[in-house]
Design a protein around this ligand. Structure first.
Ligand code: PBG
Length: 311
């Protein structure tokens, strides 16, 4: 009876599963601060893809961790870059799997910042040019959806123009449009080795205190051609999701970030919280708030049935 009147549910097509790809071979290394999440080298990827497909995941989000980083983040837009090769590998193994690629420079720069620096400041416009090159190179490798996570101004317009000009008019953009400067990205920065060497990301990521500014950012990304808007993090930002849902009719994605995942994992490991219940609750609440899609490190555990719960 409770199910009969449930207003929301989780289905396999709601989930996007993040994957971290590293250079080298024979690597399937668990991220210390994210139990159950691994870094994979390309040779280990096909087996992981088979497992992902077998549990019913239909979409993955790729992050690359290059061996060599430089001031210009050149690994981000190299045709032979780690993400570009990973996309090709996945598409040849499982062509039906939807591949989203994260576009940012922070994993590729020696200083760990999301763009080019002039002393200690990010240069917005030259960074946007490089992000656009990265986006086009991902599409050339076979990416289905481009997801800029850098938060530079006017990057969606530039990426849209770049994709269109290169013949990828049909590749949509999932914009990290309301991405907050959050403490909850901590474990990800371990996984992606992308902690800034100095300073922080407050010059371009949103202030957690602000909601109206978030609406303005989302509207700007939509006007520039974003197809899907994203809210990130998720659990602490459900009001943002709900406000966006009321204002805009486009698909909305919520990113349940590394810290949200790791907190549940850590408390569950202590026996302080029921992992399956907490994971399900965190995800169904994102749906209730207005998310159509959820990017979550729990996707595999939920869909494989390892974490089962019914509300
Ligand atoms: C930037 C990026 C970050 C995350 C996704 N894309 C880190 C950051 O902005 O510092 C965080 C995701 C997570 O915490 O799970 N490329």
């Amino acid at each position: 009876m409770r199910n009969l009147v449930a207003e929301n549910s989780l289905r396999s097509a709601d989930f996007i599963y993040p994957l971290f790809i590293v250079e080298g071979s024979g690597i399937r290394r668990e991220v210390e601060s994210m139990p159950g999440v691994h870094n994979f080298s390309l040779d280990q990827l096909p087996a992981e893809i088979d497992e992902i497909v077998s549990v019913g995941i239909s979409c993955v989000l790729l992050f690359g961790i290059p061996q060599v980083k430089d001031a210009h983040g050149s690994g981000a837009y190299a045709a032979s870059g780690i993400v570009q090769r990973a996309v090709a590998c996945i598409k040849s193994r499982a062509p039906q799997l939807i591949v989203v690629t994260d576009v940012c420079l922070c994993e590729y720069t020696s200083h760990g910042h999301c763009g080019l620096l002039n002393e200690d400041r990010i240069i917005n416009d030259s960074t946007v040019e490089l992000l656009t090159r990265a986006a086009v190179s991902h599409a050339e490798a076979g990416a289905d959806i481009i997801a800029p996570s850098d938060m530079m101004d006017l990057r969606v317009a530039s990426i849209r123009k770049g994709l269109d000009g290169a013949g990828f008019q049909e590749v949509p953009i999932m914009a990290y449009s309301t991405k907050f400067a959050s403490a909850f990205y901590g474990p990800f920065r371990d996984a992606a080795q992308s902690t800034p060497a100095f300073g922080d990301r407050k010059t371009h990521q949103l202030n957690p205190a602000n909601s109206r500014e978030a609406m303005r950012q989302a509207a700007a990304d939509l006007a520039q051609g974003a197809d899907i808007l994203m809210v990130k993090p998720c659990g602490q930002y459900l009001d943002i999701l709900s406000n966006l849902r009321q204002r805009f009719d486009c698909p909305l994605a919520a990113y349940q970030v590394s810290g949200e995942y790791s907190m549940i994992k850590a408390a569950a490991a202590q026996g302080w919280i029921d992992e399956a219940r907490a994971a399900w609750e965190s995800l169904i609440c994102a749906k209730r708030a207005g998310a159509d899609l959820i990017i979550t490190y729990f996707a595999k555990d939920i869909l494989s049935g390892r974490l089962e719960y019914e509300y």
